[in-house]
Design a protein around this ligand. Structure first.
Ligand SMILES: Nc1ncnc2c1ncn2[C@@H]1O[C@H](COP(=O)(O)OP(=O)(O)OP(=O)(O)O)[C@@H](O)[C@H]1O
Length: 256
């Protein structure tokens, strides 16, 4: 089953920058698709178009059975509930004034009708759900009422990840989710992301300039350069002879 299909997306910015130049992609249910490419190749612009944060100049985006017209606000709002995102900077994604429980529960507070429950029951039900999410994130219960500055970078990013997964979206877009973390935290985070994907059955669009991380996470990879997809391959074909020369140059990370 196809979760998301984008066809022939174009997006230009002023001063003649063509950030997307005819990009197409398809993501199946439960699949992890990687997008790699150097800085400025258009990866984040693609993510923003899929999230409805940027409006493509041309092209179409289909989510499940629904083709969404990028200029139609209502259809963007509909798409938002089935696509979630985790961005690069875990600190910027959490409101410093909110306790972890309140950040964690933001999406479910909107969706679940806790307010219909009597006070004590409401608090207990909400807290139980928040503790479940915290445990999925591998963070001790004692952190539930702490503030973001009391958590490590890795813990904050895990809060962002389980929060994004809490509404069971069809697709999670991860834009450089580990790049602000140190190397050992990065490796653990990638493992956690894989485990969570299995548990939730969510499709991932994993964006990174780090081809080793993409190779670990994704069964299929697309390589972008100057707003175009120059290469696309399944994991088992990563080191095939016929890879694009640009992909081969990026793959040199494996030889270091
Ligand atoms: N809001 C904007 N206004 C003008 N130009 C932009 C804007 N956003 C992106 N660009 C330009 O579009 C091109 C693609 O940028 P984009 O952020 O999509 O690349 P990227 O591959 O995600 O890079 P990085 O890995 O550094 O995040 C770049 O040339 C960038 O300068």
């Amino acid at each position: 089953m196809i979760i998301l299909e984008a066809e022939n997306l174009f997006k230009g910015y002023n001063k003649g920058v063509q950030a997307l130049n005819g990009v197409s992609l398809k993501i199946e249910k439960g699949e992890a698709v990687g997008i790699a490419g150097e800085s400025g190749s258009g990866k984040s612009t693609l993510a923003k178009c899929l999230l409805g944060l940027e409006i493509p100049d041309k092209g179409s985006i289909r989510l499940g059975n629904h083709t969404f017209h990028p200029k139609d606000k209502k259809s963007i709002q509909r798409s938002r509930s089935s696509i979630q995102t985790v961005m690069q900077n875990p600190t910027a994604s959490l409101n410093p004034k909110l306790r972890i429980i309140d950040s964690l529960m933001e999406p479910l507070d909107i969706r679940e009708k806790w307010t219909l429950l009597p006070g004590r029951e409401r608090r207990k039900t909400r807290e139980r759900k928040a503790l479940e999410l915290l445990s999925l994130a591998g963070i001790p219960d004692s952190h539930l009422y702490k503030y973001p500055h009391e958590l490590s970078g890795g813990q904050k990013q895990r809060v962002n990840i389980v929060r994004a997964l809490s509404t069971e979206p069809a697709l999670l877009i991860l834009d450089e989710p580990t790049s602000s973390l140190d190397a050992s935290t990065q490796a653990r985070m990638l493992n956690d992301l894989k485990d969570l994907q299995e548990q939730f059955g969510t499709s991932y669009l994993f964006i990174s300039h780090d081809l080793a991380a993409v190779h670990f996470m994704c069964s299929r990879t697309m390589i972008m350069k100057d707003g175009e997809v120059v290469d696309a391959y399944e994991r088992q074909d990563t080191f095939a002879e016929n890879r694009h020369p640009y992909t081969k140059s990026l793959l040199e990370v494996f030889e270091k």
